[in-house]
Write a protein of this length. Sequence first.
Lengths: 157, 378
Amino acid sequence: MAEKISFFQYWNRYLKRCITGPWSLLCGLSVTLKYFFNPKRIVTEQYPENRKTLKMHERYRGRLEMIEDAEGNNHCTACGMCERACPNASINVLPTKNIAGKKVLGRYVYHFASCTQCGLCVEACPFGAIRMGQEFEVSTTDPSTLEMILNKKEGQG
Amino acid sequence: MSSLPPGFRIERDTNTEEFFINMGPQHPSTHGALRLALRMDGETIVELVPHFGYIHRGMEKQAESMSYLQYIALSDRQDYLTAIQNNLGVVIALEKGMGIGVPEKAEYIRVMLSELGRIASHMVFFACFGGDLGGQTCLLYGFKEREMVHDILEEVTGSRLTTNFFRPGGSRYDVPDTFIPRVKAFLDHMEDTMKDYERFLSKNIVVLERSRGIGVLSKEDAIAYGCSGPVLRASGVNFDVRRNNPYSIYDQFDFEVPVTYNGDCYDRYTVRIAEIHESMKILRQCVEEFPKDGPWRAKEKPVRLPVGRYYSEIETAKGLYATYVVAATTGDKPYRIHTRGPSFPHIAALNKMVQGYKISDLVTILATLDPVIPEIDR
């Protein structure tokens, strides 16, 4: 709480603020005008129109993807390291056996709805079989599309 | 409080009844789901009781069933404005347990990203402070600079907000080649814009009238309630973990700790603006001395802590952020992780600050505390 002041002091302060107050507002307005008339300072983007030119950074963590060649082969050995590294159980690696009786990847089930895109699975993978994608428009109206199987081919290798 | 001469103010001698007002949990100026129960006498606040827990997620309990690496990802979600610094706090505690050192380049990366995070957080404060006082242009200006920081963070870490970047012994990736030029360009841009912003807000009559002498927190109260960071320094206590108990390589840099002595809202604002300049000073020194080559992380080994208790404390943009890890068994899972967040003591001290002020001042006071509610509730 401020101390009580005399009427003369109050009147002096009042007059002083009548001048400094509007001046400070004009100073602020000059900044606004500077931005208004300087087209170089525009930072907004015309988003849906410039969709084709938009590119995320190389390390951007989007949806999980499996690295596959043209024939659909991948490096996954169904070891389950990514499943163990995932903090919220978004990955289920379902192994199967091939004709030779060797353990191979059956289905790589990925629950995008619970994924937080932390990237720990990519870090844990010893074979470099998965990566985080570049896609950033991932919203959907159909929840069933959020459960996906990442590998195209079943029981390879 | 304006001080009118005697006779100017209407003396109230009628019997007024006290009444209660709920502010929040959905009020936009409460910075998250925070409910404030107010006991009012007219428009003057008599008592304030904060209610927490609307977004309690049980993070410390979750951590008991997580590995240490997964907890680093979880620590992003505490104080999301300074996620990169939370990572650093957890990682330093883990490094103490594992007994590994960090190469010089990794330390530089840590310091630079932490300071960038501090600037981003203070820009949000600048934006919200102006926005809460009614200047909506200020809200957009502050977020513009924050966006530039987040662009740098996205390029380096892969994510804008939830960075999940630091690891015991270094970081997840090396920085890209474009990192240093981008930081330089950002600093040059920031020098210019900060001049504009200070002209815009620091001397504004509305800001001065609404924040000077409002919400005074005395030095004794600030210490007694356990405040830290800019709130503590605005009350005249010269304490900064970066200087008093240096972690990482903060002892190598030349920077000052801004301190002001009034403890009111305007001081908390000026301390934060001064801290942006100090952060830029540290970043300039980093850019000059950044090691070109050399390892960017120590030899990678699995994160397994021996039995023991490990403690680390760092200075985030909000204040003192401490992590206490208890490892009961040797392994990759903690027995207990406790976090000491900076925002909780600030909200606890809020009752001391608002008593006797008007309800419109409460919005100003809450804005200058700069609380992040998910960090309080955890």
